[in-house]
Write a protein that binds this ligand. Structure first.
Ligand code: BG6
Length: 492
């Protein structure tokens, strides 16, 4: 495995910790070699040390995804022993020539069978040039073993650029050599949506417009944009989260059952969802930007005061969308999506609201309102599934109360801590592309948001900032859903 961007944040925070977890669980294929490529003139020892120190620090201070305590040095040493480093500029042919002879040398010594996975953990402007350079150096040719390329997000920044990038990449690689990653698909709970729907006979018969009133998908974050001002100014919440992460959740929830779990069968069904979605126009969506606020004892600065953000920026940090899927299953069932930075809680859920009972059996009793039936797939934190329904409160009177049946992963499974990339890395090494995006799916997703991106090129009519950090988002988002006689669920 060759990581371009070996010195970057993604490698340090996600890719190498995931490789470490795979080593610990003895899931890395053997033999295995890890080669880092980056412009820093360092050696393999310095690279190893930097990664080790980060892991150790995370283990001590316990990030969400890391096991608290010390790292398992034995596992780390096993991984560290596979690591080597090739310094070089991604835009220079000589880097690829050097990489080629380094690969050949390790392949000869360690019997790697000519297989190589090239992981592009680099800014998107390098995706095209690196793929071209790999091809030019003969590194994508599958003479003895497979050759694959993992491409990170963002895959394009609108429909046109995504199409151009696909065309550029597919000039040099076959579609089955390209693994376009969306880390949401690495989350256990996201993968579990398919198990819930298609491994049970219980849900599918009611998973349609006959029984479902609407669906709400929330991806709320408490963090601001941290030190990514430059990136975020060019991106905004819509591009950063919607055609990728939120649409993965939509696809899993809305797709038709595939004929098999074969990668192409599953991906074809997902792509179909977006072909049935109306392209979004300005009236289907609300944008917001957070303003300063006091949260607890600290003050949080406004988006416009973050480093590398323009003082008059109208880039959105919040999006709410009303999406319609025009097919037999979903016609008339709106999907309301929202995501934002600086919301009150880190909270990702898919909430399915079932229709009310057809008539009020309890009308001659003190019961004057029925409680809503919800099936909530909690993606993070406290991963689980909850079903809410009405039950009779004990006592002589007929009184109903909303109660819940709960399944929590943490209670049921002894879950190993994971950064979410383990499954994805494992799958691309195995050549299983089910959890990766195919070119047509990426383009179909961009096609849905493209008109909205264009409409949002001009400043909003609403004054920005329009929501306070720590609040649930702009009031216009409430209006978007209340227009249909519905309301957002509380975040958290
Ligand atoms: C990334 C976005 O792709 O996903 C970030 O660029 C966002 O802005 C992150 O914070 C959310 O991922 P997770 O796994 O923390 O929910």
């Amino acid at each position: 495995m060759v990581i371009f961007g070996a010195g970057g944040d993604l490698t340090k925070r996600l890719v190498v910790p995931a490789l470490y977890n795979l080593t610990k669980s003895a899931l890395l294929p053997q033999p295995f070699a890890l080669i880092g490529v980056d412009h820093d003139e360092i050696d393999a020892n310095a690279w190893r040390k930097d990664l080790h120190d980060f892991l150790e620090d995370q283990a001590k201070h316990g990030g969400d995804e890391f096991e608290a305590g010390a790292i398992d040095e034995q596992s780390w040493n096993r991984l560290a022993a596979t690591m080597s480093y090739v310094p070089g500029d991604f835009t220079k042919a000589e880097t690829f020539e050097r990489l080629k002879s380094h690969l050949a040398e390790r392949d000869g010594k360690e019997q790697l069978h000519g297989c190589a996975l090239f992981y592009l953990a680099v800014p998107d402007r390098f995706f095209g040039p690196i793929v071209e350079a790999l091809d030019r150096a003969g590194l994508t040719a599958e003479s003895t073993g497979w050759r694959r390329v993992v491409i990170e997000k963002p895959f394009g920044h609108d429909l046109e650029s995504a199409k151009a990038l696909n065309a550029r990449v597919l000039k040099h690689l076959r579609e089955d050599q390209v693994f376009r990653i969306d880390h949401f698909l690495g989350k256990e709970t996201v993968q579990n949506i398919m198990a819930l729907r298609f491994a049970n006979g219980l849900f599918e018969p009611i998973w349609n417009r006959d029984r479902i009133d609407h669906v709400q998908i929330t991806v709320a974050e408490t963090i601001g944009i941290e030190l990514r001002g430059k990136f975020y100014e060019a991106t905004g919440a819509l591009r950063d989260m919607v055609p990728n992460h939120l649409f993965q959740l939509v696809a899993m929830t809305a797709m038709e059952p595939p004929v098999s779990f074969d990668a192409d069968a599953v991906r074809a069904k997902k792509a179909e969802v977006f072909r049935a979605v109306h392209p979004l126009v300005a009236g289907d969506a609300v944008r917001g930007q957070y303003g300063a606020s006091t949260i607890g004892t600290g003050t949080v600065r406004a988006y416009r005061d973050e480093p590398n953000v323009a003082s008059g920026s109208f880039v959105e940090t919040y999006v709410a969308i009303r999406l319609c899927i025009d097919n037999w299953r979903w016609a008339g069932v709106p999907f309301y999506l929202r995501t934002g930075k600086r919301l009150p809680k880190r909270w990702t859920e898919i909430a399915i609201r079932f229709k009310d009972a057809p008539y009020m059996l309890f009308r001659d009793t003190p019961v004057d309102a029925l409680h809503d039936n919800w099936l909530v797939l909690q993606i993070q934190p406290d991963e689980g599934i909850r079903l809410r329904f009405s039950a009779k409160r004990p006592g002589p009177e007929m009184a109903l109360e909303s109660v819940a049946m709960d399944f929590r992963y943490a209670d049921w499974f002894k879950q190993a801590p994971a950064v979410g990339y383990e499954t994805l890395l494992y799958d691309c090494i195995q050549g299983d592309a089910t959890l990766f995006q195919r070119a047509d799916q990426v383009e179909a997703s961009w096609a849905v948001v493209d008109p909205l991106l264009k409409a949002w090129n001009v400043p909003p009519a609403d004054e920005f900032p329009n929501y306070a950090a720590g609040s649930s988002g702009p009031s216009a988002a409430d209006a978007l859903i209340s227009r249909d006689g519905r309301a957002w669920r509380a975040i958290g």
